[in-house]
Ligand binder design. Structure first.
Ligand code: TXE
Length: 485
């Protein structure tokens, strides 16, 4: 008899792979096939305690390495990602349901870039000196905080996991990290690569499990001095309520309900293609996706026609097929949430122009969680569908008459993460960008990223900024030293 054992995704603590204290495991499903393919550790406070201890033990030596020494290790990790890119891309697609094309051209290259970027940024950073007068000189030092917690979501699993841990480690901290329980596979593979690359034991510890158990234990742990979190706004609120009374440093990257604002002078065909990409990339499961498409009324009809055509080009299918442009949603529960918003849109007076339902894909993916790219017209900007984050392949189109009206509509939600402005008029582009309540504005483009730039949102989209020097500042404590000369 052949005994086939299921893959067990274990914790990585103090340089060792360990089973959870609870001896309990959670199912991990491939959402494109609806089949379980692995089990992941259901960790609890006891595992988090061990991880924090391992991190504390590693901190004195890791934090006192030279920047160059830390940089070399992190560059070796980046090289390992490159070497194992195909395996990681396939794992990401199986775990999340995204297309292999997306994971191999975006997610995994970006994970490598995150590690390499922060590994080299620490070689070029500087701190300030303030000469007050002839007798007084102030200089600022920046020191690592100690043990920090990094909690990441399921939509861009390794991409966002590395986006947090790379600056934390580069700055000299030791990390206790928790990937989403829905997509733990690449973080598990990554911990193996870190060990192979020579990252000392205890510098990075990966604990797996549920947010309410393992995640919350990280947030509550008194020796975890800073928390970097990306996920839903409701979860961010819970985390802030626990961390703030303990005066922990907190970086929260939360949801978005981003507007793409299309003015009449934008070239219709090209803009429709790019705005559709902004709405439906990664099944619309990116906090930066432009899910509210505001269009100047004079071009509304031809623009929407072009947009419907572009929407229908997002072929839904097996994520491993080269021709597929839209894969599965991350879970059955998430698919049901997205479908419920489509139904809500109908009751709120919307008309479905494209998509609007679950898709049954033939073959091995026949039970997968696929939803057609969906475009909805006829809703007011204040209805729930236009105010709440859906986080799926659903976008709405709304006409506007004036620049002021477009800005008011764009700013009408509780969120303020990203926006895009599409126009040929240079001054208007800048003017509108300045008036948008948004942490990021793209003009005539979307998701063009420079890792040096500040990344984050205003209002309920978050607190703090990631990226470049902002991230290194978050993961260090500044000290001013004043010298009487
Ligand atoms: O995310 P959660 P969910 C939005 C999107 C989505 C909604 C809910 O609208 O539909 O959030 O998604 C961990 N203490 N985004 O429920 O729960 C959790 O285990 C500590 C936007 O899947 O926020 C996971 O690792 N940790 C988004 C991480 O938090 C906790 C990306 C994110 O999960 C915790 C994902 C707790 N009490 C969802 N509860 C974006 N902004 O990119 C959960 N977690």
């Amino acid at each position: 008899m052949v005994f086939l054992s299921v893959l067990h995704i274990r914790n990585y603590i103090g340089g060792h792979f360990r089973d959870p204290h609870s001896a309990e495991w959670l199912d991990v499903e491939n959402p494109a096939t609806a089949q379980r393919y692995a089990l992941v550790a259901r960790s609890t406070r006891a595992d988090v305690d061990e991880a924090v201890q391992a991190a504390q033990q590693a901190f004195p030596s890791w934090s006192t390495l030279s920047a160059k020494e830390r940089s070399d290790v992190l560059l070796a990790v980046a090289a390992k990602i490159r070497e194992h890119a195909d395996e990681l891309a396939r794992a990401e697609s199986d775990d999340n349901g995204k297309t292999l094309r997306q994971s191999s051209t975006v997610d995994i290259p970006r994970a490598e870039a995150n590690m390499a970027f922060f590994a080299t940024e620490i070689l070029h950073s500087e701190t300030a000196t303030h000469q007050t007068d002839v007798h007084t000189l102030n200089y600022t030092t920046r020191s690592p905080i100690g043990v920090v917690g990094c909690i990441s979501p399921w939509n861009l699993p390794l991409y966002l996991f590395t986006w947090k841990i790379a600056p934390a480690l580069a700055a000299g901290n030791c990390v206790v990290a928790k990937p989403s329980e829905l997509t733990p596979f690449t973080a598990f593979l990554f911990s193996k690569l870190c060990a192979d690359a020579g990252l000392p034991p205890g510098v990075l510890n990966v604990v797996h499990g549920l947010g309410s158990e393992c995640g919350q234990a990280i947030i509550e742990h008194p020796d975890v001095k800073a928390i970097s979190f990306t996920g839903g706004t409701a979860t961010g609120r819970t985390i802030a309520s626990i961390a703030a009374p303990q005066f922990k440093k907190l970086s929260l990257e939360l949801g978005g309900k981003n507007a793409s604002i299309v003015f009449a002078d934008a070239p219709i065909a090209e803009t429709a293609r790019k705005v559709a990409r902004a709405a439906f990339t990664n099944q619309g499961e990116i906090c930066l996706c432009g899910s509210r498409i505001l269009v100047e009324r004079s071009i509304y009809t031809p623009f929407v026609e072009a947009l419907v055509a572009e929407t229908n080009k997002f072929t839904v299918g097996d994520p491993l097929e080269e021709s597929t442009r839209m894969g599965a949603l991350v879970s059955k529960a998430h698919m049901e949430k997205v479908l419920s918003y489509i139904e809500l849109a109908k009751t709120e007076g919307g008309t479905v122009l494209a998509g609007g339902s679950r898709v049954r894909v033939e073959g091995r993916c026949s039970d997968g969680y696929f939803v057609a790219p969906t475009l909805i017209d006829g809703l007011t900007e204040h209805c729930r569908v236009n105010q709440e984050e859906i986080f799926g392949p659903v976008a709405t189109v709304i006409p506007f008459d004036t620049e002021d009206q477009a800005i008011a509509m764009a700013n009408s939600t509780p969120y303020g993460l990203a926006a895009s402005v599409w126009t040929d008029q240079l001054q208007r582009a800048h003017r509108v960008a300045h008036r948008l309540e948004s942490g990021i504005v793209w003009i005539n483009c979307w998701l063009v990223r420079d890792l040096r730039t500040p990344f984050g949102g205003v209002k309920q989209s978050g607190v703090g900024r990631e990226g470049g020097t902002e991230a290194l500042r978050f993961f260090t404590e500044a000290k001013n030293i004043c010298v009487w000369l």
